[in-house]
Design a protein around this ligand. Structure first.
Ligand code: NAD
Ligand code: UDP
Length: 347
């Protein structure tokens, strides 16, 4: 974090040799973060504010939480716009991080048409805004663009294996179409784009009812409930701690204009879901038992990012090991649990 704060504040003197691709960003910038009340968005807003920028968070609070942005209100450079990006908005900004979109399968499948609209119309609206004001824009794309991958680990040049009309398609195809729009705006209107493909990221501020595997397992373990493994638990994922990912976002945004992406950001450590369950049980000291549940339709068998592009171009590599990141995430949920009555109260 110390390093990131120097990067963000432009105090790069002692870091320039370490990482030649970083440029000194102008301070302060006016930055729009869509989805800023969500898990990743709130961490990003906080880091940008700490670095001295003016941050506007636009969020429709479909999965985001007001308590995530509560700590940000101490900055008078922070403002909140309750807005659904499916509708256009006019804000003069220097940079846009387009994070608005539900990310957990139960959440993005709850209203699949709105998920597709958010990915496609939302991206279109943000790109038009970027084109109008000459803003640089980063798209939070996803490893889901690779679908159930037949190339392993996943490299950016792999086109993926995606079902166009399954339960995950609103998200997977929506994000793929968003990438198409980003690259077409870049070609047609010279918009400065950055497309990052995020692999499973976890950490404090995930919702207890988020439905993704890390939060589910930790909440179940802390409450002494069964740990629900979908399928036989042999499917794999690679888990990136939130601080590492946000560091990657900032580096990508600050990179030379020629680096448009797509660029993978994720932790290359690969674990089976069964191994994750064991680690969570061990780290929480829980007496929870494993309970096997049906595997969801189109659940990808394996996931691991090839991050050689990010390593080469950004000098970026995740630093937080899974066990260390889990401990910090468990701490977060333990605090929520001690606020007992409010544990499952999420709004
Ligand atoms: P999240 O659900 O915590 O945050 C999403 C935020 O977007 C929420 O605050 C939500 O209220 C807001 N939102 C959703 N639809 C909106 C709309 N139409 N208009 C305005 N706001 C809207 O999820 P997250 O994990 O923080 O993910 C953030 C972004 O990163 C998403 O775009 C997601 O697809 C992407 N991503 C995340 C992961 C991950 O592992 N966390 C992996 C791949 C991609
Ligand atoms: N999963 C699981 N139990 C849960 C939640 C998820 O076994 O309670 C599995 C899920 O089937 C998938 C993996 O964990 O194989 C990761 O799921 P998640 O929803 O976190 O992310 P995604 O599937 O989008 O990578």
């Amino acid at each position: 974090m110390h390093y990131m704060k120097n990067v963000l504040s432009g105090n790069l003197d002692k870091f320039v040799e370490k990482d030649k691709v970083l440029r000194v960003p102008g301070i302060p910038k006016r930055i729009l973060v869509t989805g800023g009340a969500g898990f990743l968005g709130s961490h990003l807003c906080e880091l940008l504010l700490e670095a001295g920028h003016e941050v506007i968070c636009a969020d429709n609070f479909s999965t985001g939480l007001r308590r995530n942005i509560e700590p940000l209100k101490r900055f008078d450079r922070f403002s909140l716009v309750a807005h659904d990006i499916v509708q256009p908005i006019d804000l003069e900004v220097d940079e846009i991080y387009n994070l608005a979109c539900p990310a957990s399968p139960p959440h993005y499948q709850a209203d699949p048409i709105h998920t597709t609209k958010t990915c496609v119309l939302g991206s279109l609206n943000m790109l038009e805004l970027a084109a109008r004001y000459g803003a640089r824009i980063l798209q939070a794309s996803t490893s889901e663009v690779y679908g159930d991958p037949q190339v392993h680990p996943q490299v950016e040049s792999y086109w993926g294996n995606v079902n166009p009309f399954g339960p995950r398609s609103c998200y997977d195809e929506g994000k793929r179409c968003a990438e198409t729009l980003f690259f077409d705006f870049h070609k047609a209107h010279q918009v400065a784009i950055k497309v990052v493909r995020i692999f499973n990221t976890y950490g404090p501020r995930m919702r207890p009812d988020d439905g993704r595997v890390v939060s589910n397992f930790i909440v179940q373990a802390l409450k002494g409930e069964d740990i629900t493994i979908y399928g036989d638990g042999s499917q794999t994922r690679s888990f990136c701690f939130v601080d590492d990912l946000i560091d990657g976002f900032i580096r990508v945004m600050a990179s030379p204009a020629s680096l448009t992406g797509p660029i993978n950001l994720g932790n290359p450590g690969e674990f089976t879901i069964g191994e994750l369950a064991e680690q969570v049980i061990e780290l929480t000291g829980s007496r929870s038992k494993i309970a096997y549940r049906p595997l969801p339709v189109d659940d990808p068998r394996q996931r691991r990012p090839d991050i050689s592009l990010a390593e080469r171009e950004l000098g970026w590599r995740p630093e937080v090991e899974l066990a260390a990141g889990l401990v910090r995430t468990i701490d977060h949920f333990e605090v929520l649990l001690t606020q007992s009555d409010e544990f499952m109260e999420v709004a």
